[in-house]
Design a protein around this ligand. Sequence first.
Ligand SMILES: O=P(O)(O)OC[C@H]1O[C@H](OP(=O)(O)OP(=O)(O)O)[C@H](O)[C@@H]1O
Ligand SMILES: O=C(O)c1cc(=O)[nH]c(=O)[nH]1
Length: 174
Amino acid sequence: MDKKNELITLLKENQVVKYGKFTLSSGRESSYYVDMKRAITDPIILNKIAELITELIADDKIDKVAGPALGAIPIVTAVSLESSIPMLMIRKSKKDYGTSELIEGDLEDEDIVVVVEDVTTTGNSLIKAIQAVSSNGGLVKRAFVVVDREEGAIENLKNEGIELEPLVTVKDFM
Ligand SMILES: O=P(O)(O)OC[C@H]1O[C@H](OP(=O)(O)OP(=O)(O)O)[C@H](O)[C@@H]1O
Ligand SMILES: O=C(O)c1cc(=O)[nH]c(=O)[nH]1
């Protein structure tokens, strides 16, 4: 079995899809929820995700892997460990004390950055993270999401000039 199918099997086995009535980050209502927090706190699933993304970027020259809080942070951590590429953590909003950073980590001008997300619906959270990287001098080369719900994220990121690359979509395991 290839790694993508191994990931699909793991997501199915771990029952990451919950059925019911859910309000999503965007305010949308949904009859199901992909519980990616459950997925990414499982070391076997997290490791599989890190291996997949590291393979996909192996031929690229990447300076930093970045992801928005909270869901993407364990993923970028795992990718960073697997690939030895330094990571960036992007906050939802700037801290108003301490170092007052929006992006934690060492982002240098013209760094080539790969951004990663756990799940996308509208893609707006990822777009916000991409804009944070870009406005701080980074060049976002690729964008990955572990699970895309196929509700507009690909189109919305395309409008921003970024191709969103899902490892899997909900249709793969529902
Ligand atoms: O594509 P979108 O419509 O933006 O929705 C997806 C976002 O929603 C979830 O995060 P959430 O806002 O629940 O925050 P959390 O990761 O801090 O729990 C998820 O981790 C994505 O970041
Ligand atoms: O859009 C969201 O907020 C969202 C959807 C989903 O299926 N899972 C999740 O963690 N967030």
